[in-house]
Design a protein around this ligand. Structure first.
Ligand SMILES: *Cc1c(COP(=O)(O)O)cnc(C)c1O
Length: 428
């Protein structure tokens, strides 16, 4: 397979990014030029297992033929109309998506952060117009160590000094409680009383290092909200679309895979936020889902996006969601996730490098037995890459393992062997 990079080496290409791009990321020293399924290749032709999946956007695997066909077919017909006119892809997509996830309506956007912003706006407006919160006083409760994106409002309620520092003044109206702390949540709900419009929460905190809360945290949090007429807003941008072994993490241990039968493990959110894998990593697509009683607060001119709901996005997202169902990715993620954690827990017995293995489905992390300031996790990732597997540390000493969900058990076996070898041969 020829590369299409005009014969520039990895070193040349990294230099270009370093010189001409803002330094807002610190990538691993690997330059990728091709992907297929669970594999990616660098410009020198070296093959890797992708264990990041673009932060769980590529759940369906790289360049899935069905999604790419939908993209290229639609690209020849119509790509963008703006919402000044109707287009023939949006209605069918909206019908498909709302039925797939069981909501009355969707508001289509592009990036995850935009969808979170949209959910915040809907929640505030609902708070004023439906709940009767005095103008300008709406509170949205969020959780410590959250990650909901990078806009000015969203970083206003981040607890990460890098995400937040020197980007103020910050948007008011948010109150943060520790994640997985029902007592703190109850206190905040009581303290702010009728002014609380919503609770915005990740069912598993992905960027925080795949922090899985206690089983009862999400269902009980949702119930506390329901009892007080507070909207429960689930950010499933990273946990959704089969990643954690169910269609959504709020499905709990339901395994229907898609078109939810609404098992009693399901925690119903008032507002559901999706992004990332809703397009299989092929195109930026995000969505906010809610029922009519909530979505009706939005009228023409009050929110939108030039690219939101464009025909290309709609065609891609329908194909990407069909793949999730057709290939039973939720079930596969659940089965392989159990195998992966068992293997890694065995590995933890053989090395003192591993503090903890945690996760759900194929969203997992290994907490490295060293301080967040150490370079151990980074150096392990460099060695993993050398051995043909790409993963990235987060918060210094945590390595996330999140391969595409189309992985086979045989492939997972090879991946575990690479991780085992890397950890057992690692010298600090
Ligand atoms: C990635 C992510 C976002 C932001 O999505 P972008 O597309 O990067 O803006 C928001 N919330 C969660 C939970 C995420 O993982």
């Amino acid at each position: 397979m020829e590369t299409i990079t005009n014969n520039l080496s990895s070193a040349d290409l990294m230099q270009l990014e370093d010189k001409y791009g803002a330094h807002n990321y610190h990538p691993l020293a690997v330059v990728l030029s091709r992907g297929e399924g669970v594999y990616v290749w660098d410009v020198e032709g070296k093959q890797y297992f992708d264990f990041l999946s673009a932060y769980s956007a590529v759940n369906q695997g790289h360049c899935h033929p069905k999604i790419i066909k939908a993209l290229t077919d639609q690209a020849q017909n119509l790509t963008l109309t703006s919402r000044a006119f109707y287009n023939d892809q949006l209605g069918p997509y909206e019908q498909y998506l709302t039925q797939y996830f069981g909501f009355d309506k969707v508001l289509p956007m592009n990036s995850g952060a935009e969808a979170v912003e949209t959910a915040i706006k809907i929640t505030r407006k609902w708070g004023y117009e439906q709940k009767g919160i005095p103008n300008g006083e709406a509170i949205i409760i969020v959780c410590g160590q959250n990650f909901h994106g990078r806009t000015t409002t969203i970083i206003s309620f981040s607890s990460d000094p890098d995400a937040k520092g020197n980007f103020g003044p910050y948007t008011p109206g948010f109150v943060s409680v520790p994640y997985n702390d029902l007592e703190a949540l109850q206190t905040a709900l009581d303290t702010h009383g009728d002014n609380v419009a919503g609770l915005l929460v990740e069912p598993i905190q992905g960027e925080a290092g795949v922090f899985v809360p206690d089983e009862d945290f999400i269902p009980t949090a949702a119930k506390l909200c329901k009892d007080r007429n507070v909207l429960f807003i689930a950010d499933e941008i990273q946990t959704g679309i089969a990643r954690t072994g169910a269609l959504l993490r709020i499905c709990g241990d339901c395994s229907c895979g898609a078109t939810c039968e609404r098992q009693d493990t399901y925690t119903e959110p008032d507002v559901l936020i999706l992004g990332k894998a809703i397009s299989g990593g092929v195109y930026p697509v995000s969505a906010v889902l809610a029922n009519n009683s909530i979505m009706q607060v939005i009228h023409p001119g009050q929110h939108g996006s030039t690219f939101g709901g464009n025909p290309l996005a709609c065609a891609v997202a329908v194909a990407a969601l069909e793949v999730v169902k057709d290939e039973k990715l939720a079930e596969n993620a659940r089965r392989l996730g159990n195998i992966f954690r068992a293997r890694m827990n065995q590995l933890a017995q053989k090395t003192n490098l591993i503090n903890l293995v945690r996760g759900k489905g194929l969203l997992n992390a290994i907490v490295i037995n060293d301080s967040p300031e150490s370079s151990t996790a980074w150096n392990l990732c460099v060695q993993l890459a050398e051995n043909g597997l790409l993963a990235k540390p987060t918060h210094g000493n945590i390595i996330r393992f999140a391969p595409p969900l189309v992985m086979t058990e045989t492939q997972l076996d090879s991946c575990c062997a690479i991780i085992e070898k890397t950890f057992l041969e690692f010298k600090k």
